[in-house]
Design a protein around this ligand. Structure first.
Ligand code: AMP
Length: 138
């Protein structure tokens, strides 16, 4: 069963298309967080960031930058957020790798931030070594 985004790429479901190339596709989010909220997807269907091949992640990143430049030129927001959810716990609803570009205007409260926590340097060093030990060099 294809994802809803694959069906959009294939033209089986309508979308407001912004941009398309060999590997990526950009279209307007149907439930926008703000005016101009746009999604950039990898045409090939992979569930999330970690399952998408690195070269396709790079293609999505390049398209994201290109579309963000166009949004800034067209709508002149005060800023924009790039949001990318992985896993239901992180708010992912469509399991087909995608990036949100959310234009922002001063005071709009379109994207909620996190409550800054507290940590000490010993704890941060411990976490850093746990993570860095898992980084593969290839
Ligand atoms: P996420 O929570 O990161 O998985 O975000 C999925 C996004 O896809 C949501 O912001 C939805 O509004 C958006 N979405 C779902 N179906 C469609 C659709 N048919 N056309 C455009 N956007 C969609």
């Amino acid at each position: 069963m294809s994802s809803i985004f694959t069906r959009i790429v294939n033209g089986e479901i309508p979308s407001a298309k912004v941009y398309e190339d060999d590997h990526t596709f950009a279209f307007m989010d149907i439930h926008p967080a703000s005016r101009g909220h746009t999604l950039v997807i990898c045409k090939e269907e992979y569930p999330d960031l970690l399952t998408t091949p690195a070269e396709l992640v790079a293609a999505v990143a390049i398209t994201t930058r290109r579309v963000a430049q166009a949004i800034v030129a067209a709508l002149q927001p005060d800023g924009f957020n790039i949001v990318q959810n992985n896993g239901a716990a992180a708010g992912q609803v469509v399991f087909h790798y995608h990036v949100h570009i959310i234009p922002r205007w001063e005071g709009d409260r379109a994207v909620r931030g996190w409550e800054p926590g507290t940590a000490n340097m010993a704890e941060l060093h411990e976490l850093a070594s746990l993570i860095s030990a898992q980084i593969k060099t290839s």
